[in-house]
Write a protein that binds this ligand. Structure first.
Ligand SMILES: [Mn+2]
Length: 364
């Protein structure tokens, strides 16, 4: 990769890292509010500002203005920002992408210019409309670094290759390598990545909070905002205290909050998660609310909520997407966010980033 930004941040500062905003401007603003982002802080946004979510152009505009007015705000590019290059290179496949993808910053920009892309649209024309109206954004996006290097951290959207000199990682790899937490790097520094929703790594309790792997020196922070319907926008916070950095995190999402009015103890047997991309199960025993299933990938029995089971066209038993198969223990007075209140007997909730089932009748 060529675009590497070296950054020196004082040893007593707070560094807030987020990623994968994917066009959710309201979440970004509420996250910054929640962490009380202020003039003393350093903010790093680790790629994928745009695409998939509802308002990409506003996120780009907002973050661009933020970087102009505040030299302590830094941004890396993600694979979604790299799409600009496909436009600049007049890649005709971008037309197919724009026809298939409802939520794209290019479609938003074109709509603002009263242009709707169609299958026979010319990539040259699309490029012309965009660069003549959004030259400033294009210039800013194109100049984003692929990685930011700090004294003890490397911030890069997806990951690094296992090389003695990490800077030789191909840019394509840095922006797109999947499941980096299952891979390795050789740097002495912590590598902070987004791109891959951390819940994909879950085996027992599904959780959207950042994962810190001290052995691999990888910090994976993508809360699955937009990509997972129960996902969240994470802030990974580094508090630098006299030579020692302390890690904390927080998040925001759109889920409605409910209060718990009675204690609920999770059945300790009910721990598990159906994780992307393995949605095939073997039902063993159907009970009133949950079906005991064999889940080949982990080779153990898990409890799938009956409403989430279906047979695909080939007659194979499937679970409709990644889903928690865990119960959560909650206490009277707790607040939880509700993800699915439509099933019999149990409600799927999130508490402190962890997703699981609780009895519906204990919610206020
Ligand atoms: Mn990405």
């Amino acid at each position: 990769m060529e675009k590497i930004k070296q950054l020196s941040i004082p040893s007593n500062a707070r560094i807030i890292v987020t990623s994968d905003i994917h066009g959710e401007i309201d979440l970004l603003k509420s996250l910054l509010k929640k962490v009380n982002f202020n003039e003393h802080d350093h903010l790093i946004i680790n790629g994928d500002l745009c695409e998939k979510g509802s308002n990409s152009k506003e996120v780009i505009r907002y973050v661009m203005e933020l970087t102009k007015s505040n030299p302590q705000v830094h941004v890396t590019e993600g694979n979604c920002e790299a799409l600009i290059e496909e436009l600049m290179n007049e890649n005709p496949k971008l037309i197919n992408y724009l026809c298939a993808r409802k939520h794209s910053v290019f479609n938003e920009w074109l709509a603002e210019q009263n242009y709707t892309v169609h299958e026979d649209a010319s990539i040259q024309q699309v490029k012309e409309i965009i660069i003549s109206n959004y030259a400033e954004e294009i210039k800013w996006l194109t100049a984003l670094p692929t990685a930011i290097e700090l004294d003890q951290y490397i911030v890069v959207h997806a990951g690094l290759e296992k090389l003695n000199n990490w800077q030789e990682t191909e840019r394509e790899t840095a922006l797109t390598i999947p499941s980096f937490l299952e891979k390795e790097h050789l740097s002495d520094k912590y590598v902070i990545v987004g791109h891959w929703p951390v819940v994909n790594y879950a085996v027992d309790l599904p959780c959207h909070n950042p994962i810190i792997d001290h052995k691999k020196k990888v910090i994976s922070i993508d809360g699955g905002n937009v990509i997972k319907s129960d996902g969240q926008l994470n802030a990974f916070i580094i508090e630098r205290l006299e030579g020692e950095d302390r890690f904390t995190h927080t998040y925001v999402d759109y889920l409605p909050i409910r209060k718990v009015r009675e204690d609920f103890m999770a059945d300790p047997e009910m721990v598990g998660t159906i994780s992307y991309p393995n949605f095939e199960v073997t039902p063993m025993e159907k009970r009133q609310h949950f079906t005991l299933c064999k889940y080949e990938n982990y080779n153990h029995i898990i409890y799938v909520k009956n409403e989430y089971l279906y047979k695909n066209d080939a007659g194979i038993d499937m679970v409709s997407g990644g889903i928690s198969c865990s119960q959560l223990s909650v206490n009277k007075g707790d607040t939880v966010s509700v993800f699915d209140a439509t099933c019999s007997g149990y409600t799927l909730v999130k508490k402190d980033g962890v997703v699981g089932w609780i009895a519906s009748d204990i919610l206020e």
